[in-house]
Design a protein around this ligand. Structure first.
Ligand code: SAH
Length: 244
C-alpha cells in the first residue's frame, strides 16, 4: 500500500520571483519538483505595491541610509499568499534571526511546508513581524543583499530530506550534524592516487571495524573543528570561548 502524502508546499514572497526555482529546478530538488513531491510558488511583493509606481519601500523613520519594506504592502502580500488558517510556519529570512540548524531543517521538512518572506534593502518594517507572526531565520553571521539566496538555502536543505528525494534514505541519517557530529571522511576509487592511499580498514570488508573507524574519525574531526557541538563529557576540553 502506498500512502499518498500531500506535497510539501513552499510559498515565497519576494521582489524577484524570477530567482525561483533557480538552482532548485535542477538535480535532486528539480526532479522532486517535477514529480510533485514538493511545490514552489514565488509571488511578487510588488503586485501589492502602492500607486502608479507600485512602491514597496520608503525611507527609514528616524533617518539613516537605505530603504525599508513597508508593513502594509508586505502584510497585503502575505494575506494574499496564505489564509489565516494556513498551517505552514511563516518565516522571514533575516540576519537577526535564530541561526538555521539541521534540527530545525528536519522539523520543517516533516511539516506541511513554509511561507517565506525575503527581505531587501535595510529590511522590513518591524511591525509586520509581530503583526503577521513571522519567525526570523538567519543562515549565518554575515549579511546578504536579499533574503532570496537565504531562502533557496533553507529550501534546499529541507527538500533533500523529503521522502524519496535522496537516492538512499539512509544517506540522510549519517551526515554532518545528525547526532551532533561532523561526518567521517569519504574515499572512492582509485585505491592509490598521487601516493595517497585509502585507509586500509575501509577496503578490508570488516563492517564492525569500519563502523568503529568512522565513529572515531567523526569524533576526532568534531573535536578538532567544532568542539562547540560536543557535550563536555565527549571531550570538549574547555568551555566555548567567551569574549569578555
Ligand atoms: N540592515 C539589515 C540587513 C539587511 S540585508 C541588518 O543589518 O540586519 C537585506 C535582506 O537580506 C534582509 O532583510 C534579509 O531578508 C536578507 N538577509 C541578509 N543576510 C541574511 C542572513 N544572514 N540570513 C538570512 N537572511 C539574510
Amino acid at each position: 500500500m502506498t500512502e499518498i502524502s500531500p506535497a510539501w508546499r513552499a510559498t515565497l514572497l519576494t521582489l524577484y520571483p524570477e530567482m525561483f526555482p533557480g538552482p532548485l529546478g535542477l538535480s535532486l530538488s528539480g526532479d522532486a519538483l517535477a514529480r510533485g513531491t514538493w511545490s514552489l510558488e514565488a509571488r511578487a511583493i510588488r503586485e501589492h505595491g502602492l500607486g502608479r509606481h507600485r512602491a514597496v519601500d520608503d525611507t527609514p523613520a528616524g533617518g539613516g541610509a537605505g530603504m525599508v519594506l513597508r508593513c502594509d504592502v508586505l502584510a497585503a502580500a502575505i494575506d494574499a499568499a496564505a489564509a489565516p488558517d494556513d498551517p505552514r510556519p511563516r518565516l522571514l529570512m533575516s540576519p537577526r534571526g535564530r541561526p538555521l540548524s539541521q534540527a530545525r531543517v528536519r522539523a520543517l521538512s516533516r511539516g506541511p511546508g513554509v511561507v517565506i518572506v525575503c527581505g531587501r534593502f535595510e529590511g522590513v518594517d518591524e511591525r509586520v513581524i509581530a503583526g503577521r507572526g513571522l519567525e526570523e531565520v538567519s543562515i549565518g553571521d554575515y549579511v546578504l543583499s536579499g533574503g532570496e539566496i537565504a531562502a533557496l538555502t533553507l529550501l534546499d536543505a529541507c527538500v533533500r530530506l523529503l521522502p524519496g528525494v535522496m537516492g538512499k534514505e539512509a544517506s540522510g541519517q549519517d551526515e554532518s550534524f545528525e547526532g551532533g557530529r561532523l561526518e567521517y571522511p569519504h574515499y572512492t576509487r582509485p585505491r592509490e592516487w598521487e601516493g595517497r592511499t585509502i585507509p586500509e580498514v575501509l577496503t578490508g570488508g570488516n563492517h564492525g571495524a569500519i563502523a568503529k573507524w568512522r565513529a572515531a574519525e567523526s569524533l576526532r574531526l568534531t573535536r578538532e573543528r567544532r568542539p562547540d557541538l560536543l557535550a563536555p563529557s565527549e571531550g570538549r576540553s574547555s568551555p566555548p570561548d567567551r569574549t569578555t
